[in-house]
Design a protein around this ligand. Structure first.
Ligand code: FE2
Length: 377
């Protein structure tokens, strides 16, 4: 097992041409946005934030924005067939359309990235209402996924023009301690990891900070390769997975088959108290992958001292891994739709900046048990 932490090139003299302030929101195209919004509120503890649809002058779609701390999800559904959103759902099922990134200058972000070869999704537009203006632009990334660049420094409304504030005084589920997007992982096709790594390097100025080959990430059956891409300032991290040859079908292949192409595999959500967060999510019906309880028998020998009691970690199935900067606790949900595609990771970092390599084997064996139950192994 050896992963490579790559030396970062000397970039001190190169200014970051795409300074990202973080993830602005994650937008999902879904079959029923009203019910999806309710799921993220009731199960994940988001609050109602804003709504756009026919009542706000948007004739072809309905969007619900929900928020928890710095985490904003937008659930969007088409109102009629025969358009980009409806086609996306027909092809992929419910899934992530946009990993939207906060910038100080959305026009410049679009110019810099398209000049470097990005395919434009949306030329810069300025959206205005009485609360100010939001400038938005966008480029394509893998599959039908996009990055929107969001400039909102001159906006004081609930979310953005076109939306109206949305509250429900009778339904305010308690939050579950989810704070912000830690990282978003994309699954790409055979031999496509390196071209997408190059895209993030050349077009967005990202650096490859970590690589895993198929020796790191393989079990008897499932194998994949992964490279972690990070924005210049480290605020945005996008690991990219591709399948690798194993005895049977890789979990990435299963995703590609059911998503019908490349797309977002998981979004990792940060918490400061994973035991509390996971207990809350489970009690509200979120299902997680379960590793065998033997995982905990020699856990402390593997990771050394941790602040948490072992009993609740074992009870909830929370995984622990250590790198040379500290440790992290993590847990992965089962897919949150009927296709075995998108899932969520819950992560608490205690110094570690890595992604839980030490858990890959136990985790992938758990994934394979699920794959086998679906008849897809
Ligand atoms: Fe992850």
């Amino acid at each position: 097992m050896s992963s490579t932490t790559l030396p970062t090139k000397n970039t001190a003299v190169e200014p970051d041409f795409l300074p990202l302030e973080g993830t602005d929101y994650v937008e999902f195209y879904v079959g029923n946005a009203k019910q999806a919004a309710h799921y993220y509120m009731s199960a994940f503890g988001f609050q109602a934030l804003a709504y756009a649809g026919p009542e706000t002058g948007v004739k072809d779609k309905a969007s619900y924005a929900v928020r928890q701390h710095k985490l904003t999800f937008v659930l969007t559904t088409p109102l009629r067939p025969g358009n980009e959103i409806a086609d996306h759902i027909y092809k992929h099922g419910d899934g992530v359309k946009s990993l939207s990134l906060r910038v100080n200058d959305a026009a410049k972000a679009w110019e810099e990235t398209t000049r470097r070869g990005a395919k434009s999704y949306l030329a810069p537009v300025t959206l205005k209402d009485e609360e100010g203006e939001v400038v938005m632009s966008g480029i394509y990334t893998y599959g039908d996924t996009i990055h929107l660049f969001i400039e909102r420094k001159n906006y004081s409304g609930a979310f953005m023009p076109g939306y109206r504030a949305w509250t429900n005084p009778h339904f305010k589920p308690a939050d579950t301690g989810l704070l912000y997007v830690d990282h978003c992982v994309g699954n790409v096709g055979w031999n496509q990891m390196n071209p997408w790594v190059k895209f993030y390097e050349d077009v967005m100025g990202f650096k490859n900070i970590l690589s895993f080959d198929d020796d790191d990430i393989s079990t008897e059956y499932s194998a994949l390769m992964s490279k972690v891409m990070s924005s210049g300032n480290g605020f945005v991290k996008f690991p990219i997975n591709e399948p690798a040859e194993g005895k049977k079908k890789s979990q990435v292949e299963e995703y590609l088959e059911f998503y019908n192409g490349e797309g977002v595999q998981h979004v990792a959500l940060a918490t400061n108290d994973i035991v509390k967060t996971v207990r809350e999510l489970m009690s509200r019906g979120v299902e997680f992958l379960k590793v065998p309880t033997t995982y905990y028998d020699d856990l402390l020998d593997r990771v050394g001292h941790i602040d948490e009691d072992l009993a609740p970690l074992r009870e909830l199935g929370i995984l622990v891994d250590r790198d040379n900067e500290g440790y992290l606790l993590q847990l992965f949900s089962k897919p949150v739709e009927d296709r075995p595609t998108l899932f969520f990771e819950i992560i608490q970092r205690k110094g570690a900046k890595s992604f839980g390599k030490g858990n890959f084997k136990a985790l992938f064996e758990a994934i394979e048990r699920e794959q086998e139950a679906r008849g897809n192994l």
